[in-house]
Design a protein around this ligand. Structure first.
Ligand code: 5GP
Ligand code: MN
Length: 344
C-alpha cells in the first residue's frame, strides 16, 4: 500500500509547527538510530531564531550516535529529570516520533500528557494509541525517519545536509543497512534525494557500525561462543547475558545492539531471542530482564513478546521484559515457545 500523508493533517501539522515557540521532541526509550535520526531531523527542521526546540530521550543513547548533528543538545530524562520536567511543562507543542504509546516513554509520557499543548505523532509501529492531535502512523513505513522525510516533502521542505544525515541514519539502521523492510522502490528514491544533499553514506555507516570498543567485540564473541543455545526442532536460538558477565566486558549502553540478529546468520535458525540482565534499580530487589525477539519471513514474534513478556513490536522484531531472574525468564521462554512459534 502506498504511503500517502493526509493533506488536511499535513496542513494541521504545518499550522501547529508554525505557531509554536517552545517545541519538545520526544522519542522512545533505549534510543536507536531511527529514534535519534527522526527526532534530530525534526529538531533541525524546527529550530530557529527566538524558538526553543528541545529533544528529550527517556534514557541514554549509545555513544556511537554522539557524532550525529544536534546529539550534543539532547536532554536525557533519566539523568536530567528536573530540567526535562520544566521544558515539558512549558512546551507549547510536542512532536512524538518512533513510538505510539506515551507509556513507553514514562515518566516523560505522563508529564507530556499533563500538558494540554497540542501533540503530533509520527510512527511506524503496530497498534497506535490515539493520544495525539495529529497522527502520522504508517506501519508499512520502514522507519519513522521515512515518515519524517515524507512529512517534510509534503510541507515543501528540501532536506538540508544535517536533516539528510539524520534521516539516512534512521533509514539505514531500521532496515539493517537495507537488508529488510526495504524493498519498496520509493524508499530508494527517498535515499537518492538524501544523497543529493552531499551526505557521505559510507562515512555514516562507519560512524555507526565500525566504531566499537574492543570490549564490545569480545563480548559479542563470548556471547556467541559460550552463551548461545540452539533449539533445533524450532529453528530457535537463545542468548543470555547476566549482569556479572556484562560487567566483565565493561558493558556500556548499546554494546549488545545487533547481537540478537547474529544467530539468524545460521542457515537453520529462523527465530532468535536475546536476554540481558539489568541489576535491580536502587530501592528494589528484583533484576529486570530485557528481552529482544527477532525472526525471519512470515513468523511473527510480537504476540509472544506481548502475551508473555509485556512487550510487543513488529512482526519480525519485538521486545519485552520481565522483573525477575534470568533463570525465571529462561524457564518462561522454554515453557512458552512451542505455543508461539512454528516448527517450519
Ligand atoms: P529491541 O529488541 O530492539 O529492543 O526492540 C525491537 C522492537 O520491538 C522495536 O521496534 C521496539 O519498538 C519494539 N519494542 C521493544 N520493547 C517493547 C515493549 O516493551 N513494548 C512494545 N510495545 N514494543 C517494544
Ligand atoms: Mn523505528
Amino acid at each position: 500500500m502506498a504511503i500517502e500523508l493526509n493533506k488536511e493533517r499535513v496542513a494541521q501539522a504545518s499550522a501547529l509547527i508554525e505557531k509554536a515557540k517552545k517545541i519538545v521532541i520526544l522519542t522512545h526509550v533505549a534510543p536507536d538510530g531511527d529514534a535519534m535520526g527522526s527526532a534530530l531531523a525534526l529538531y533541525h527542521y524546527c529550530k530557529g531564531d527566538g524558538l526553543q526546540v528541545t529533544v528529550i530521550v527517556p534514557n541514554a543513547f549509545p555513544a556511537f550516535f554522539n557524532w550525529m548533528p544536534g546529539a550534543d543538545k539532547i536532554l536525557i530524562y533519566e539523568t536530567q529529570a528536573a530540567e526535562c520536567d520544566k521544558v515539558i511543562a512549558e512546551a507549547d507543542l510536542f512532536l512524538c516520533t518512533d513510538f505510539n504509546e506515551p507509556k513507553r516513554i514514562n515518566p516523560a509520557g505522563d508529564k507530556m500528557l499533563a500538558n494540554p499543548a497540542p501533540k503530533i505523532m509520527i510512527d511506524h509501529h503496530l497498534n497506535p494509541t490515539d493520544f495525539a492531535d495529529v497522527t502520522f502512523s504508517f506501519t508499512e513505513a520502514c522507519s519513522a525517519s521515512e515518515i519524517v522525510f515524507r512529512l517534510l516533502s509534503a510541507l515543501g521542505v528540501q532536506p538540508t545536509f544535517d536533516i539528510a544525515t539524520c534521516l539516512y541514519t534512521g533509514i539505514m539502521t531500521d532496515t539493517g543497512n537495507f537488508s529488510y523492510n526495504s524493498d519498496c522502490p520509493e524508499l530508494f528514491e527517498i535515499v537518492a534525494q538524501l544523497l543529493r544533499t552531499g551526505i557521505d553514506k559510507n562515512a555514516i555507516y562507519n560512524a555507526v557500525f565500525n566504531q566499537y570498543s574492543t570490549d564490545r567485540v569480545r563480548l559479542t564473541g563470548f556471547a556467541l561462543y559460550r552463551k548461545m543455545r540452539i533449539y533445533p526442532d524450532y529453528h530457535l536460538a537463545l542468548i543470555t547475558l547476566s549482569a556479572d558477565e556484562l560487567d566483565q566486558y565493561h558493558y556500556k549502553t548499546g554494546d549488545c545492539e545487533g547481537l540478537v540478529n547474529m544467530p539468524l546468520q545460521i542457515a537453520d535458525v529462523h527465530y532468535s531471542v536475546f536476554m540481558r540482565e539489568e541489576r535491580p534499580k536502587p530501592g528494589t530487589t528484583r533484576p529486570r530482564i530485557r528481552i529482544s525477539f527477532r525472526s525471519q519471513g512470515d513468523r511473527p514474534v510480537n504476540v509472544w513478546a506481548h502475551e508473555i513478556f509485556h512487550g510487543g513490536g513488529h512482526m519480525n522484531a519485538s521486545g519485552g521484559d520481565l522483573l525477575g531472574s534470568l533463570n525465571q525468564a529462561v524457564k518462561l521462554f522454554e515453557e512458552s515457545y512451542p505455543k508461539y512459534i512454528s516448527k517450519d
